[in-house]
Write a protein that binds this ligand. Structure first.
Ligand code: NAP
Length: 371
């Protein structure tokens, strides 16, 4: 088999992981790497600051995009596909927004467009959704797909307030300097768009009303939950409903012992619920080498076969809320609740409601699942 030649766009955490992992094999050769400031890198690497030297190089077979962001990544990826190259990307933002369009462009140009690394870093979840779990219809897919919020919630459970826990995550390099995508839930929502798109053939563009992050979570609530035998995680869930796709990212309460509450570091866990049963996949959701392993798997898949030549059809289902129970506290979770109908299950300072209460109640409401 001929050697495959690749060009890499971006040389940060994941780009360096790809370079390191490819150094261990000789069937895939790195022709050029796009960077902005070459003096910052090892001069033995084939660096360029001109992206067109990669996109227009007839010897390059596959473009690997690990820059992040929509602009200019989207333009580079579509140009690469137009010029007859396959594309592998880790960029969830571009895939969540333009996935179907780029898949169709790849098909028209008889190229591959693969993005395993864009969800769950090193976990082979998209491969499982696309190939392994297609025998029976999938009714739901959900997961903890953001390690930064796990770290922050764990710190808060031990008494730190949100802003201090976030600063600590930034100091340890676990949160970006601009952490809004992580803590406001948009990073999880982009990953959920991709998971739902592949599970239900319906590409959902997340809207504000379906995405709630962890910025309003209070440390005293986490301590109270802990005393009651529960914990909180930022969970992304999509499910097939009669005429919509239920789509929610929200802090959700689980009983102690649940797999989500045991996730350490950057571990992610994703569950796929189908008529065949539930499949759980857990593993490293981030990190240079872990994410590079997904990228290399995509490169190998393209080397051995050009995937997705059949036209893909995405049905246009609207996104809707998911009916969950709620666990509800006052601001101070030890204070008695205001007057609430007796029909709702009440405890000392909390109540469980089968639906969200109106925001005017001023109560703090967390989605609540017991399994
Ligand atoms: N880190 C992970 O564990 C992980 C896991 C899964 C998916 N991903 C995804 O992988 C992608 C890369 O993430 P990362 O963590 O490797 O980010 P990163 O460490 O910030 O690296 C991105 C690199 O791309 C370069 N870059 C950005 N725009 C560029 C441009 N226009 N021209 C040339 N170089 C450019 C940056 O250069 P400068 O340094 O000059 O800005 C930086 O070196 C993102 O889409 C991310 O969501 C990351």
């Amino acid at each position: 088999m001929k050697t495959t030649r690749i060009g890499i766009l971006g040389l940060g955490t994941v780009g360096k992981g790809v370079v390191e992992a490819l150094g261990r094999q000789n069937t895939v050769v790195i022709d050029k790497i796009l960077v902005r400031e070459p003096y910052r890198y090892n001069s033995d690497l084939p660096l360029t600051t001109n992206v067109w030297e990669i996109i227009e190089d007839p010897d390059i077979d596959i473009v690997v995009e690990v820059m992040g962001g929509v602009d200019p990544a989207y333009e580079y990826l579509s140009s690469a596909l137009h010029s007859g190259k396959s594309v592998v990307t880790a960029n969830k933002e571009v895939v969540a927004r333009y996935g179907p369009e780029l898949m169709e462009l790849a098909r028209q140009n008889r190229q591959g467009f693969l993005f395993e690394a864009s969800v769950g870093g090193g976990i082979p979840i998209l491969d499982a959704l696309t190939w392994h779990l297609r025998a029976t219809p999938i009714h739901a897919v959900e997961g903890v797909v953001n390690g930064t919020t796990n770290f922050i919630l764990n710190q808060m459970e031990q008494g730190m307030e949100f802003s201090a826990a976030l600063q600590r995550a930034q100091a340890l390099g676990l949160a970006e300097q601009n952490p809004s995508a992580d803590v406001e839930g948009w990073d999880s929502a982009r990953k959920l768009s991709i998971l739902a798109g592949l599970a239900f053939s319906s590409w959902i563009h997340a809207e504000k009303e379906h995405v709630l992050g962890i910025t309003h979570v209070k440390s005293c609530h986490l301590r109270r939950l802990h005393e009651m035998g529960f914990g909180l995680r930022l969970v992304a869930r999509a499910q097939r409903q009669p005429s919509s796709i239920g789509f929610v990212v929200a802090p959700t309460v689980y009983p102690r012992g649940h797999r989500y509450l045991k996730l350490a570091g950057s571990q992610n866990a994703i569950g796929i619920f189908s008529e065949a049963g539930t499949t759980w996949i857990e593993g490293p959701g981030a990190g240079g080498i872990a994410t590079a392993s997904s990228i290399i798997a995509d490169i190998q898949r393209i080397r051995f076969s050009i995937p997705d030549r059949e036209p893909l059809f995405f049905e246009d289902f609207p996104a809707a809320d998911i009916d969950d129970s709620y666990l509800i506290f006052t601001e101070d979770p030890y204070q008695p609740l205001p007057d609430i109908p007796d029909s709702l299950q009440k405890g000392a300072g909390y109540l469980v409601s089968p639906h969200a209460l109106p925001p005017e109640t001023g109560l703090v409401q967390y989605r609540f699942r017991i399994q």
